[in-house]
Ligand binder design. Structure first.
Ligand SMILES: Nc1ccn([C@@H]2O[C@H](COP(=O)(O)OP(=O)(O)OP(=O)(O)O)[C@@H](O)[C@H]2O)c(=O)n1
Ligand SMILES: C[C@](O)(CO)[C@H](O)COP(=O)(O)O
Length: 231
């Protein structure tokens, strides 16, 4: 019997680029922590059987308190993360018992159900992985250490990759274990699957699925929350 879908929500970072004392995943948007907004989106999906929140060791207890306060404790387990995003994801993957997994950044609260379901469907139909993404709007250039342009890739082939990223759990776990053995550190989950030769499909999302990273993202987040937050 298919064991369905699990989700790993990663929220164990420092949020250095945000420049706030409080880590960005715990900042309040309309009086609610960013990561709670994110958890609520996935908790509302019946397709999700298991949810794991990965946070800093020192933040596990207060995250458990917040999860309880927002009546998510029957849906969400809280576990400690690691030094890098990759380490945190790996711990989350090891905590799941499902057949499929979505990995999502806890600081992307504006993902919606249509996008999540599109990612899930693409992973299943493609047999490999699927990632949400949007076509880049700016011209992207490769630049060397001296700040000199070395290449301008064809923009029509460039996508800005988001999360969630969806995979068969066993395949992604295997890719994570290989990366650990090889000492390879990637910036997203698909990178680890690609290096194992796995096919990864891009699913077009939208530009509002931002990752809260720098202060101006908070202003945009407030604007987005001011409008109707579509699920
Ligand atoms: N060791 C880490 C590092 C990052 N993350 C999570 O991965 C997501 C994307 O990472 P990023 O936006 O880079 O967050 P930070 O690492 O906190 O940001 P910064 O690089 O500015 O410190 C975030 O939800 C973050 O909490 C994590 O779970 N564990
Ligand atoms: C996974 C990711 O959100 C895809 O764009 C991004 O790579 C995370 O990068 P970060 O530096 O860990 O925020």
């Amino acid at each position: 019997m298919d064991k369905g879908w699990g989700v790993v929500i990663v929220a164990a970072g420092r949020g250095t680029r945000m420049g706030t004392t409080e880590s960005k995943q715990f900042l309040l948007l309309q009086d609610k922590p960013v990561f709670i907004h994110t958890l609520e989106v996935f908790a509302a999906l019946d397709e999700i059987r298991e949810m794991v929140l990965v946070t800093g060791t020192a933040d596990v207890e207060r995250c458990q308190d917040w999860v309880k306060e927002y009546q998510l404790d029957s849906r969400v387990r809280v576990i400690p993360g690691g030094k890098e995003r990759q380490h945190s994801v790996h711990k989350g993957l090891e905590a799941l018992g499902t057949d499929w997994v979505l990995v999502h950044d806890g600081v992307r609260p504006f993902v919606n159900h249509e996008q999540i379901k599109g990612c899930m469907a693409a992973a299943i139909s493609g047999g490999g992985g699927a990632v949400l993404a949007v076509p880049v709007k700016d011209t992207i250039k490769q630049v060397n250490a001296e700040g000199v342009v070395t290449a301008t890739p064809d923009r029509s082939s460039l996508w800005s990759i988001q999360t969630p990223q969806a995979f068969r759990l066993s395949s992604l776990l295997s890719a994570y274990e290989s990366a650990e053995q090889d000492g390879f550190l990637g910036t997203d989950d698909a990178m680890l699957a690609e290096r194992q030769g796995m096919s990864v499909k891009v699913v077009e999302g939208n530009y509002t699925n931002i990752k809260l990273t720098t202060p101006e993202d908070l202003q945009y987040a407030a604007f987005l929350l001011g409008g109707e937050k579509k699920r």
